[in-house]
Design a protein around this ligand. Structure first.
Ligand code: AHR
Length: 494
């Protein structure tokens, strides 16, 4: 009594590319996201390259991490870049007022972050301080990072160890200006965005994408006002949406949950589709040519912190459920590439829906990491729209299509198709029609497990890892796929 679905892939009607920036990461000065998670310092017994953990560095390269957003988050609107320069022992030690009240010694500053991005091969997306910083401070930071030679700031950068300027492709004009970034009304935020944007200047021949602080979830008025009053001052605007099983006061546990929590989490993550659609409508009104990009520059699951962990550190486990949250969101993102040109999952290491968890010298890759790995050939591929006709999965008041899908024609020429079966109890048999694809061979990988909350630990790091998939058969141009319950599959069709 399995489920059935039909998926039609329209290779004959290609959509805009799946920008590699949609696979972006986010690293905030929060908990052990940076200290311990990325940076251990040059003298550390933990294997490192110039102070950066080798295991984390290698894992980020392996999934071709395209972008890293830094230094926040809420941290960004209290960050003063000059405090993170020069001899480490002389840097200002502050209180991280947003995240646990712990001390922040500024060991990772502009040089450490920008050099880290280069090592990873990722573009830096730096968020400036609009909340409690001056426009001149922001302007000088941009000049410090990008100015070739000659100016005092370029000389200072060279004296601090970096002669050639860094590339700065993306710059955020504050973060969550409606909340931790200054509790502003959109009208005021729009005016400030215009003003700060005026002074972000790049050297000749260099370009930066200026990104306005976006709305929270379904706050469409924010996008409306920012677009109406300030859209000529930016090239992109964000939106943040976190998937929370219950609500902010009692979010729900990362593991040890029941099927109701499985279903409600996956159903709630699908709201992303409506949110993007509605924000994009506001953008279309003021920018019909779609010059301004939408970036979901914070997304992912947010659970109650792990028992015993610091309440301000947002440390949570990551299970098979998070893997499905990831694949469902990638499918949604694929439907909106006319406007959506970036996303940053929150956050890269040890914070919220992380790619990796670390403990001393140990590191484990989460189920979410593996979905980023399985989908990485989507990066910059041409989206091939899909029609999905599927039976439903119901649990209590939660109803969702059992099967979700997306497809791209990769830069390697192959068709890559992601398929997800959200039903934890039943397999799904899918008939895939490939319109406009000449296919002779199909291979694939699958991510699944026996328990809905299966996860990887430092002692058992391979509980949820991809395996070769043999459930797809190709006959006379038609593909038949059997997806086991609660699974994510990536097919490569050639
Ligand atoms: O990712 C954690 C926090 O969530 C960020 O600092 C903030 O922007 C958002 O509210």
């Amino acid at each position: 009594d399995g489920l059935s679905a039909t998926v039609t892939v329209h290779a004959d009607k290609p959509a805009p590319i799946f920008d590699k920036r949609i696979f972006g990461q986010f690293a905030e000065h929060l908990g052990t996201g940076i200290y311990g998670g990325i940076w251990v310092g040059r003298g550390s017994p933990i294997p490192n390259v110039n102070g950066y953990r080798t295991d984390v560095l290698d894992a980020l390269k392996a999934i071709r991490t395209p972008v890293i957003r830094w230094p926040g988050g809420c941290f960004a609107d209290e960050y003063h870049w000059r405090e993170g320069l020069g001899a480490p022992t002389k840097r200002k030690v502050k209180i991280n007022t947003n995240w646990g009240g712990v001390t922040e010694d500024n060991a990772v500053g502009t040089h450490e972050f920008m050099n880290f991005s280069e090592l990873v091969g990722a573009e830096p997306y730096v968020s400036g301080n609009v909340g409690n910083g001056a426009a001149s401070e922001m302007a000088e930071w941009v000049e410090y990072m990008t100015s070739p030679t000659g100016s005092s700031l370029a000389k200072e950068r060279a004296a601090n160890g970096r002669k050639t300027p860094w590339k700065l492709p993306m710059f955020g004009i504050g973060n969550e200006l409606w909340g931790c970034g200054g509790n502003m009304r959109p009208e005021y935020a729009a005016d400030l965005t215009r003003r700060y944007s005026t002074f972000i200047k790049m050297p000749a021949g260099q370009q930066v994408m200026k990104i306005a602080s976006g709305a929270n979830a379904d706050d469409y008025n924010w996008t409306e006002v920012m677009m109406r009053d300030a859209s000529t001052a930016f090239d992109g605007i964000g939106v943040h949406y976190y998937t929370i099983p219950y609500d902010w006061s009692k979010k729900g546990a990362a593991t040890g949950f029941d099927e109701d929590q499985w279903a409600r989490t996956l159903a709630k993550t699908l709201k992303m589709d409506d949110y993007i659609t509605e924000h994009a409508k506001r953008m279309d009104k003021y920018d019909p040519s779609k010059r301004v990009a939408l970036l979901v520059d914070e997304w992912g699951t947010w659970y109650d912190q792990e028992p015993g962990s610091h309440p301000g550190f947002l440390y949570q486990q990551n299970s098979l459920r998070d893997a499905l949250v990831t694949s469902l969101n990638f499918d949604i993102f694929a439907r909106h590439t006319d406007r959506l040109r970036g996303a940053n999952i929150a956050q890269m290491v040890n914070v919220l829906q992380a790619m990796m968890l670390t403990d001393g010298n140990r590191m484990v890759k989460t189920p979410t990491y593996w979905v980023f790995d399985m989908y990485k050939d989507y990066q910059d591929g041409v989206v091939l729209p899909v029609d999905v006709k599927s039976s439903w999965y119901n649990k209590n008041e939660w109803t969702l299509k059992a099967v979700s899908a997306s497809a791209t024609r990769g830069v390697d020429g192959a068709v890559h198709m992601g398929l997800t079966n959200v039903n934890p109890n039943k397999p799904a048999t899918i008939l895939v029609k490939l319109d406009g694809v000449v296919a002779t061979r199909v291979t694939g990988r699958i991510l699944t497990a026996t328990a809905i909350d299966a996860h990887n630990t430092f002692d058992a790091p391979n509980m949820v890892i991809p395996a070769a998939f043999d459930g797809a058969t190709l006959a006379a141009g038609t593909l038949t796929v059997t997806l086991p319950p609660k699974s994510v599959v990536m097919l490569d069709i050639r």
